[in-house]
Design a protein around this ligand. Structure first.
Ligand code: SF4
Length: 471
């Protein structure tokens, strides 16, 4: 994460592998995707007859113990790590969501954000009782399942009515299901085990459990995995692919792969292109840890300016961390990022970061580097200015709070107090990510939303619509 990057969304994992310790495999799959959500974690398992769910607020390693994992035995499992982009961070909103009518049960994990929740809430009649779009979808599926008797049939009826960005992992007592919205905004990959299959938001989770990447779940595809093998069905045509390009810039782990491209290599390429687009004379290239590392290496490689460490990041400052008082802040308490004076004193620095959102943290980083003895601070950003909010599951501030919404690059530079500021072009970012412009969502940069946003939506869209309190 860079100085003030947007927050991740959620991490999904699912496995069908009788004879394996599926609960533990899911635990490791979630652990590998901890960066996608640090507020809550949950696992559902089934032995073919009953689904058992265990979830709580906290990190994966805090939620599950050896004793808990021992009880999560079965043939199939799904898991979820959550960051609340809609709905507040309460136990009820932790996932997997579980619903049963005593005969048929369903567990569901969701990554993304729906944009037609009002319409869905009206259909299901749960106005005032649900606080997440995931909960609404599970209710819709359960209602449909009570008619059709099958989760697959229910999914084929419900999925085409959803609008927005979504990946789901779902299970009934016997099968694991995975689905991806028709634009494929959020990632979802399929892997093979010697005696089963896994699905995960990122390929790093396949690697950690020893699965081989088979392919991505296609946009508009529903897959079912059970003792009949891997079965695929299209529930909608894909108007166009729109993978979130922010996965490459910041969200995903550097060892994950999307569409054949490894995230680390893509970021390295972003750094190389950034060096070509915005060269500057300097003594040292440093990164804002940790996302900036790959790009800073690329920048250094092209320019020949040495790459080194100049900032330390404390990885343990979470969202619920106790914030310092204003007095402590005024005294310069730096919770998350701290300069290493001996490494940077007297040097002209190029500082590579992934994003500038509000600008406040970048401003503090520039000031701290100068205070620690840097003679010049040139900021280089591996994406274009973020001008528009995200409605597809990434936690970003409103347009009014985005520093680039109304200011020019020169004005932003004046605000953050750097000697120069350079952003990678949209073309450079797309090229480094290995695709063409039309196959990515890049709406937060150019305002072209691939999935129409009805009305004025926002982070707590669902609560607003359901008249629930917001936090
Ligand atoms: S708006 Fe930005 S962050 Fe949101 S899905 Fe599109 S590219 Fe990703």
């Amino acid at each position: 994460m860079g100085a003030e990057s947007p927050k991740d969304e959620c991490g999904l994992f699912g496995v069908w592998a009788p004879g394996e310790d599926v609960g533990r495999l899911t635990y490791f799959g979630l652990f590998a995707q901890q960066h996608r959500g640090q507020e809550s974690a949950g696992i559902a398992v089934s032995d073919g007859h009953n689904i058992l769910v265990y979830k709580d607020l906290g990190l994966v390693s805090q939620v599950f113990s050896e004793a808990t994992l021992t009880t999560l035995a079965g043939d199939l499992s799904i898991g979820h790590t959550r960051y609340s982009t809609t709905g507040s961070n309460t136990w009820d909103n932790a996932q997997p969501v579980f619903k049963t009518d005593g005969v048929r049960s369903i567990a569901l994990g969701h990554n993304g954000n729906l944009v037609n929740t009002r319409e869905l809430a009206d259909r299901v009649g749960t106005r005032g009782t649900a606080s997440t779009d995931s909960d609404l979808v599970t209710t819709l599926l359960q209602t449909e399942m009570s008619i059709t008797g099958s989760l697959e049939e229910a999914a084929l009826a419900v999925l085409p009515t959803l609008k927005g960005a979504y990946c789901f992992v779902m299970m009934d007592e016997r099968s694991v299901y995975a689905a991806r919205d028709p634009y494929g905004v959020r990632p979802l990959s399929i892997g093979r085990l010697p005696n089963g299959f896994v699905v995960a938001s990122e390929t790093c989770a396949l690697d950690i459990v020893g699965a081989t990447l088979v392919r991505d779940v296609e946009p508009g595809e529903l897959i079912r995995i059970d003792d009949r093998g891997l079965h695929s069905v299209r529930f909608a045509e894909s108007p166009r692919a729109a993978l979130c390009i922010f996965e490459f810039v910041y969200l995903a782990r550097p060892d994950s792969r999307f569409r054949e491209a490894t995230v680390h290599m893509a970021r390295r390429e972003m750094g190389k292109l950034l060096a070509k687009e915005h060269p500057v004379d300097a003594d040292m290239v440093i990164a804002v840890p940790t996302t900036g590392h790959s790009a800073a290496q690329g920048y250094s490689e092209v320019t020949g300016i040495p790459y080194g460490d100049g900032l330390y990041k404390n990885n343990y400052v979470g969202r619920t961390f106790i914030q310092p008082s204003q007095t402590l802040r005024d005294r310069g308490v730096k919770l998350k990022l701290n300069p290493i004076p001996e490494a940077i004193h007297g040097k002209r620095l190029i500082v590579v970061d992934d994003t500038i959102v509000r600008g406040t943290t970048t401003k503090q980083v520039v000031a701290a580097l100068r205070e620690a003895g840097a003679t010049k601070v040139h900021i280089r950003i591996t994406c274009p200015p973020v001008k528009w909010p995200c409605f597809y599951g990434i936690d970003m501030p409103t347009r009014q709070e985005l520093v680039a919404a109304d200011l020019t690059v020169e004005e932003i530079n004046a605000y953050i107090g750097a000697d120069s500021l350079g952003y990678l072009s949209l073309e450079g970012m797309v090229r480094a990510s290995g695709g063409n412009k039309e196959t990515f969502c890049r709406a937060c940069f150019d305002g072209e939303y691939p999935i129409p946003i009805p009305g004025e939506a926002g982070k707590f869209m669902l609560e607003d619509q359901l008249h629930l309190p917001t936090i």
